[in-house]
Design a protein around this ligand. Structure first.
Ligand SMILES: NC(=O)c1ccc[n+]([C@@H]2O[C@H](COP(=O)([O-])OP(=O)(O)OC[C@H]3O[C@@H](n4cnc5c(N)ncnc54)[C@H](OP(=O)(O)O)[C@@H]3O)[C@@H](O)[C@H]2O)c1
Length: 228
């Protein structure tokens, strides 16, 4: 089978190559999965360039999340059957989804609901977990306002949907081209970051929380007295 592999340790992203390797053996507690799709997350690029928590393996397959179809169920891997469509992510210390077949601990996997295409679900796992984990830690109350920067992006769009499920009022900064999709997902107020300055559009203390995956200037602006 083929896999996308970092061929040596270090910071050279260019060492990634498509290579033929053996399909892995399924261990106890694992599923063997035929990969269907995997998003290239920004963190994948960082991980493949070398990350303190990534202990280089040989072969080091790239990719942190994705979807696929169960080919084998290892001993003690409960609740799954051959043919199940599954979504999963891997720990930063144990990456590897850019391959035709992978093995993965069953407890990193969930079944994909029948109304979602397996291929499309490959964009969801890590962005959704990031958004869900961050927003639930805030423990917000229904009706409170959250400002989500980059609301049309991978993490931002998941954060919008989680926030709406929590009953929050969501204001988002993004690009005009994403507005129709964002409206459909329930965005309450849209700020086009290319033509508007969110710190001028919003009133002092207008929002209860800021969800920011972009940092830098946005973070600094969000700390200005006029906004905080
Ligand atoms: N993806 C993950 O699972 C994950 C997990 C943890 C952390 N992160 C981190 O979160 C960050 C974003 O990741 P992502 O996957 O969401 O990236 P992404 O899909 O590229 O989304 C970024 C979004 O931000 C928008 N944007 C850019 N500049 C902006 C600005 N000044 N104001 C408002 N919106 C702006 C972009 O819109 P345009 O494209 O229209 O400019 C795009 O929709 C990265 O730093 C990543 O490392 C990601």
């Amino acid at each position: 089978m083929q896999a996308i592999i970092r061929t040596k340790a270090g910071k050279e992203f260019s060492t990634m190559k498509v290579q033929n390797i053996e399909s892995p053996k399924t261990q106890s507690g694992e599923l063997k999965v035929k990969m269907v799709s995997s998003r290239i997350n920004p963190v994948d690029m960082d991980l493949m360039k070398g990350f303190p928590s990534l202990k280089y393996k040989n072969p080091q397959i790239g990719g942190i999340d994705g979807t696929g179809i169960v080919l084998e169920v290892g001993q003690n891997a409960k609740d799954f059957s051959v043919g199940d469509k599954v979504i999963f992510y891997r720990l930063f210390s144990d990456i590897g989804t850019w391959a035709e077949e992978i093995t993965i601990p069953a407890n990193y996997c969930a079944k994909i609901p029948s109304n979602i295409e397996v291929k499309d679900a490959g964009t969801i796992a890590l962005p959704l977990l990031t958004a869900y984990d961050s927003l639930t830690q805030l423990n917000p109350k229904k009706g409170e306002k959250v400002l989500i920067h980059g609301v049309g992006g991978g993490v931002g769009f998941q954060a919008l949907q989680v926030a709406k499920q929590m009953g929050l009022f969501v204001i988002g900064t993004g690009s005009q081209s994403e507005k129709a999709v964002l409206d459909k997902a329930g965005l309450d107020q849209f700020i086009d970051y290319k033509t508007q300055d969110f710190s001028q559009v919003l009133k002092v203390k207008e929002v209860d929380y800021v969800f920011d995956v972009l940092g830098d200037d946005i973070l600094k602006k969000g700390k200005l007295p006029s906004f905080s």
